[in-house]
Design a protein. Structure first.
Length: 231
């Protein structure tokens, strides 16, 4: 294959004949050797410029490592082992999300898919795997969300165990379900600001407590209109 490059020192375009040879490393890898044979110079290239041969005027070789299969872990604690022989799906999920080679990544994805994983895309456009256990948890949360939303539409009272403080906008997540307090007030501890809900005109601490909360619905969001601290 004939290619062209450029010598800044001589200010000339160079012509090269490039061919590839291979050397086995092990059953998973091989050396790919690009053999650059210098043919001379030319006034103008007829094709794209090859950057590897920049400033070179003698024949040379460029060696790189490439994998010969897609079914083997290429790094990490299972390096060199067959992916479908390792029963560590949590690790394989992590591995999938950092692999860059698209063909290898596709093999790992298909393996996880065969083990009931699903795939989603985050806000950065990066694909990630979701385990069947997590999918089941999502389904359970969705069911509880629907159940609590029906409670809110009817203005029902429920018991809620609180493990955190609400956010500045009143948002609080309890057992995976999102609720809102209509009003919150800032408080400070050792210079750190946090928020507590307001009920009947009074700010009340609710973290690590159980409350009896009356719910209402607004635009399919669940609000806590008022509450009593039980313990």
């Amino acid at each position: 294959m004939k290619i062209f490059s450029f010598s800044y020192k001589k200010q000339i375009y160079t012509i090269w004949d490039v061919y590839y040879t291979y050397e086995a490393i092990d059953e998973n890898r091989q050396y790919k050797i690009a053999n650059y044979k210098y043919l001379g110079s030319t006034a103008e290239p007829s094709e794209n410029i090859d950057v590897i041969a920049y400033n070179r005027l003698r024949s040379f070789k460029k060696k790189s490592i490439e994998f010969t299969n897609n079914d083997t872990f290429r790094f990490g604690k299972y390096k060199g082992k067959k992916i479908n022989e390792i029963n560590d799906l949590k690790y394989t999920k992590w591995y999938f999300e950092i692999v860059e080679d698209p063909n290898h990544k596709e093999f790992v994805k298909n393996f996880l898919y065969d083990n009931w994983y699903e795939f989603k895309t985050n806000y950065e456009g990066k694909e990630y795997a979701v385990s069947p256990q997590t999918l089941k948890k999502y389904d359970e949360i969705d069911e509880r969300q629907k159940y609590m939303l029906e409670k809110a539409k009817l203005g029902k009272v429920v018991m809620l165990e609180i493990n955190s403080n609400p956010k500045e906008d009143g948002k609080i997540i309890i057992d995976g379900i999102t609720y809102y307090f209509p009003k919150v007030a800032p408080r400070y501890f050792n210079g750190i600001r946090y928020f507590v809900p307001i009920c009947n005109g009074k700010a009340k601490r609710i973290k690590n407590k159980v409350i009896e909360a009356k719910l209402f619905n607004l635009d399919n969001d669940i609000f806590i209109s008022n509450f009593n601290v039980i313990k």
